[in-house]
Design a protein around this ligand. Structure first.
Ligand code: HGY
Ligand code: MN
Ligand code: MN
Length: 400
C-alpha cells in the first residue's frame, strides 16, 4: 500500500529545497517554493497526472476524467527557518496516497486532484492562506498590491514566476470538488501527550491578522524630557502586553505579536513610528477577542497621544469541518489501528477556505514533536507512513 521508502526519499528531497541543517526557508512565491512545485509536479507527471500551475501559483495535478474531483494536498511554502514537515508532509502524503491507488490499479470512479497551495504562511507579504483564498474567491480586494520588505508586490512576484499577476484569475468553483482532504502535522503536543499517532480535526480556529501602525514624534533621546514625548515603541510595548493579557483572559484565545519595526531606529532617537503585527485566534467568541484587543490598542494610543491605524490582513472565521468527512477519516484512521481523537486545530490551514466555500473538507493530524515553525519540528517516518496510509484509505473510499 504505502511505500515508506518512497515517502522517506520524498521528504529528504523536498527538505533540501531551501534547507539549511534541519531548518527550511521556502517563502511563499519565492524561487524556492517554485523549485518545490517543479520537483513535486515532476513526480506527479511521471505517474500520468495533468499538471498545471494556476495564476496564483497553486499547483494542481489531475488524475482521471471530468467531473467533481476529490482534492487532496497542503502547502509547500514555509515560515523563515521553519521545519521540514509543516505543509510538506501533507503534499507528500497526498502523492503517496495517489501513488498507492495507482500501484493497486484501482479504477477511479471520481477524478483526483493533488494540490500544493501557494504561500499558505503569508510570511513574506503578510497574507496567509493566499493560494487557497485565491482559488476559492476569498482574497480581500487589493491583495495583489501588498509588498514584501523590499517593496516587491504579490503581483510582481507572480509576474516574475511567469504569471500575469492577478491571483483572482485562479478562481475555481467549489462544485468542481466532491471533497477536500488535508493531512498535516498537529504542530502541538496533544497527540504526543495522548500517545496517539494520528488525530482527526473537528474545527479550525478563527484567525485575525493585522498590522498596527503607530505615529508619534521622533525626538532627541537626551534633550526631550519624558513628559514631552510621543514614543511609539513604548506605546507598542504596552499594546503587546495588552494582547497577551487579553488573550490569556479569553477562554481559548491566543494572541501573538511576531513582527515589530521602528523608525528611524537609532538608539538616541525617540521612535517616531512603530509598526507591529497582531495574530489573534480562538475557537469560540473569536470576534470578541478581536474587538477587545483593537479597543485596547485605540485606548492606549489615545492616552499616549499617538495616532494609530490598523491594516487588516486576513480574517477567517471559526471553521467547523464536515462531520461526514470527519467520520470517514476516523474510520480510515481506525483501519490503520489508531483510535483517533477529534481535535480543534490551533493552526490555520488551507482547509478553512475549502470548507467555508462549501467543499466538504476533513483533516488528518499526524503526531509531531518539537513545536512547529521551528527547525525542531519533527514527525517520525512511522507516524507519517501511518497517516499516509489512512489518507490513502479515505481517498480510495471517496474516489476508487
Ligand atoms: O499560522 C498558521 O496557523 C499556519 O501555520 N499558517
Ligand atoms: Mn505553518
Ligand atoms: Mn501548515
Amino acid at each position: 500500500m504505502i511505500d515508506r521508502g518512497r515517502l522517506e526519499r520524498h521528504i529528504a528531497e523536498l527538505s533540501a529545497i531551501g534547507g539549511k541543517g534541519a531548518a527550511v526557508t521556502r517563502l511563499g512565491l519565492s524561487r524556492e517554493e517554485q523549485r518545490a512545485r517543479t520537483l513535486v509536479g515532476g513526480w506527479l507527471a511521471a505517474r500520468g497526472a495533468r499538471v498545471r500551475r494556476d495564476p496564483a501559483a497553486n499547483l494542481f495535478a489531475r488524475f482521471g476524467s471530468e467531473g467533481p474531483a476529490v482534492l487532496l494536498g497542503s502547502h509547500l511554502d514555509s515560515v523563515p527557518e521553519g521545519g521540514r514537515f509543516d505543509g510538506a508532509l501533507g503534499v507528500l502524503s497526498a502523492i503517496e496516497a495517489v501513488e498507492s491507488l495507482l500501484d493497486l490499479q484501482a479504477p477511479l470512479r471520481r477524478p483526483i486532484e493533488v494540490v500544493a497551495w501557494a504561500d499558505e504562511e503569508g510570511a513574506r507579504f503578510g497574507v496567509g492562506l493566499f493560494g487557497s483564498a485565491a482559488a476559492f474567491g476569498r482574497l480581500a480586494p487589493g491583495v495583489a498590491e501588498r509588498t514584501d520588505r523590499d517593496g516587491v508586490s504579490i503581483a510582481d512576484a507572480l509576474r516574475s514566476l511567469g504569471e500575469v499577476g492577478d491571483p483572482a484569475l485562479a478562481r475555481r468553483e467549489p462544485k468542481e470538488f466532491a471533497a477536500y482532504l488535508e493531512l498535516h502535522i498537529e504542530q502541538g503536543p496533544r497527540l504526543a501527550d495522548a500517545g496517539r499517532a494520528l488525530g482527526v480535526v473537528s474545527d479550525i480556529v478563527g484567525i485575525y491578522h493585522a498590522r498596527v501602525t503607530l505615529r508619534g514624534r521622533a525626538d532627541h533621546a537626551g534633550a526631550t524630557i519624558m513628559s514631552a514625548r510621543a514614543d511609539t515603541l513604548a506605546g507598542a510595548a504596552e499594546m503587546v502586553l495588552a494582547v497577551e493579557r487579553i488573550a490569556r483572559a479569553h477562554p481559548d484565545g491566543v494572541g501573538t505579536v511576531g513582527e515589530i519595526a521602528v523608525r528611524p531606529g537609532a538608539k538616541n532617537v525617540v521612535p517616531g513610528e512603530c509598526v507591529f503585527s497582531i495574530d489573534l485566534r480562538a475557537a469560540r467568541a473569536h470576534e470578541d477577542l478581536v474587538r477587545w484587543v483593537l479597543a485596547e490598542v485605540e485606548r492606549i494610543a489615545h492616552t499616549r497621544g499617538l495616532q494609530s491605524s490598523v491594516d487588516e490582513l486576513a480574517r477567517v472565521e471559526v471553521t467547523p469541518l464536515d462531520r461526514g468527512i470527519a467520520l470517514l477519516l476516523r474510520r480510515a484512521v481506525k483501519d490503520v489501528g489508531v483510535d483517533a481523537e477529534l481535535l480543534v486545530s490551533g493552526a490555520g490551514h488551507d482547509a478553512q477556505n475549502a470548507q467555508l466555500s462549501g467543499v466538504p473538507t476533513g483533516m488528518i493530524f499526524v503526531r509531531s514533536s518539537g513545536g512547529s515553525h521551528t527547525p525542531r519540528e519533527f514527525a517520525s517516518l512511522d507516524d507519517a507512513a501511518l497517516g499516509a496510509r489512512a489518507l490513502a484509505i479515505a481517498l480510495r473510499e471517496l474516489a476508487a
